[in-house]
Design a binder for this molecule. Sequence first.
Ligand SMILES: CC(=O)N[C@@H](CCC[C@H](N)C(=O)O)C(=O)O
Length: 372
Amino acid sequence: MTAFDLQTVRRELHQIPELGFKEEKTQRYLLEKIREMATDRVDIKTWRTGILVHVSGTNPSKRIGFRTDIDGLPILEDTGFDFSSTHPGKMHACGHDFHMTIALAALSRLIAQPVKDNVLFIFQPAEEGPGGAKPMIESKEFLDWKPDTIFALHIAPNLSVGKVSSKPGLLFANTSELFIDFKGLGGHAAYPHLTKDMTVAASNFVVQLQQIVSRGLNPLDGSVITIGKMESGFVQNAIAETARLEGTIRTTEASSILLVKEKLEKLIKGFEIAYDCEINVDYGSNYYQVVNDGKYVELFQESLAGSDIEYVQASAAMTGEDFGDMLKVIPGFMFWLGVDSPYGLHHAKLAPNEAALSVGAEAVERFIRSFD
Ligand SMILES: CC(=O)N[C@@H](CCC[C@H](N)C(=O)O)C(=O)O
């Protein structure tokens, strides 16, 4: 694949973002590209909207896995690109279009010039939610080709093109989604005493929630609770009968997630009494922390020697990744790829620099070839 092809593929994928387990067009697009480059060394399986591509090595002693996520986000794109999303309200705002393109490029190079070991390319659905990694690695399709080591990358908007970054140990946090529904009693805006106002209850709840982090947890353990969406009411002069909060809990200690949930449920009981309402909580999907195996991070760093790619030591981040569920059972690592975007991940104007595509493909290829 030439540099021009990388850009074309990325832009074509960018135009068709789909949400978790709905990646049908994406799967068709990827299958077409994979079949175009396949030789008799290549075996392909699908799993739900995901794909597994096995490239047989020349003299294998193990299997190396590279995983890319393939889903988009429910975000209305505001980049102004002439290759913007053609799916209204959906966007590749987390770089999965980059990740997929890099996986295709590395795959094409490894097919053209096979390595000693077997290589498995994993095109995994639903990273943004509800989580495709766990069910995928439990599937027969995956277990038939279970890799001995596995790695993945994620674009890093705040890192320059030409740089990659990782670290041994904790890289990403434990996460739990958070959906909270409030049910009170609506009514006329002029008669608050005859209602149970869920806008007021939910607003206070958002504020109180932050005290779980600041007063309920050990300050030396990292944690964050973010409410990203709040809904209540229909009109300016009526009191809202219902409200909904949607957010996420992030912690650097796996046990702290449970502690947050315990404290949150106590808070809910208190609010039900104080506001005379009913509150239901749903934790959606939960991802295990991304913990890198130091041995593979070191091998990755060594594999870049003699290239123009600069390795930078990373700090742990509160981002989440269901790749953590893969690393829990298969040793390996994840790294950040510098893409130098003025806007961050999950922003409607995210604009990663496409020069990073070839850097990513080279880094992936180098690591796999380093076992030869
Ligand atoms: C790298 C990245 O941005 N990952 C997402 C993963 C989402 C997990 C889940 N939907 C949640 O919000 O808890 C992230 O938001 O960190």
